[in-house]
Design a protein around this ligand. Structure first.
Ligand code: UDP
Length: 194
């Protein structure tokens, strides 16, 4: 897989269509995957914090979430094809999940926001199975969060705990899972909640 290194972060050199195809393949083959959509804030945080950098290095794919990252790659003469945001990937995978009847799990946001998002998803994407959800205000290290995901056996897990928690949480818990694509989606659950 081709990568573009920006301040130590190995960005995946893939346009969003190829990335989505690749992730669908992982779902079909019941493989797990960890997707980070990195904006300049994430890049600078990882540059200053080696533990957070290690968490990002554990990702399967790191996309450029911001035109500034794409521009930086052009300056480095190793251009990334386009910006790929967490929100865009989430919207695309809600469509795919509806077509393929995939199971999804939502992790993050406040409880009332989360429940509104689940309701909106069930209304607009009737063939998606919402296999589970958990709000993002749990104690760090609470084992029941990963247990709930394992029990639900989702194909896709949208993780919206904000930066840097979402990347840290997946990196620290990834070994507990044997399938599922885990996508960091920032404030997207809030947006879906309306
Ligand atoms: N969030 C959460 N748990 C936390 C902190 C944040 O679930 O401990 C959620 C928050 O409710 C929101 C999402 O993470 O739904 C994104 O939060 P924020 O806008 O602060 O993060 P950013 O998108 O700037 O990384």
């Amino acid at each position: 897989m081709k990568q573009v290194n920006i301040l130590g972060i190995p960005f995946t050199n893939m346009d969003h269509v190829t990335l989505v195809q690749q992730l669908q393949l992982h779902i079909e083959q019941r493989e797990k995957s960890f997707v980070v959509t990195a904006n300049p804030e994430i890049v600078m945080r990882a540059h200053d914090n080696s533990y957070y950098m290690d968490c990002l290095q554990a990702a399967s794919y790191i996309t450029a979430d911001g035109i500034g990252i794409v521009k930086a790659s052009q300056l480095l003469k190793n251009p990334l094809p386009e910006r790929v945001t967490g929100y865009d990937i989430m919207m695309e995978f809600l469509e795919i999940a509806n077509q393929k009847k995939h199971r999804i799990f939502l992790l993050g946001a406040k409880e009332d926001t989360l429940q509104r998002a689940v309701g909106n998803i069930q209304t607009h994407y009737p063939d998606i199975e919402v296999a589970g959800s958990r709000n993002g205000y749990f104690e760090w290290g609470d084992p029941t969060v990963a247990e709930a995901i394992n029990e639900a056996q989702p194909d896709i897990v949208f993780v919206a705990l904000g930066v840097p928690k979402q990347e840290r949480w997946i990196a620290e818990n990834f070994s507990k899972f044997n399938k599922g694509i885990f996508i960091c989606v920032g404030g997207s659950i809030d947006v879906v909640a309306g």
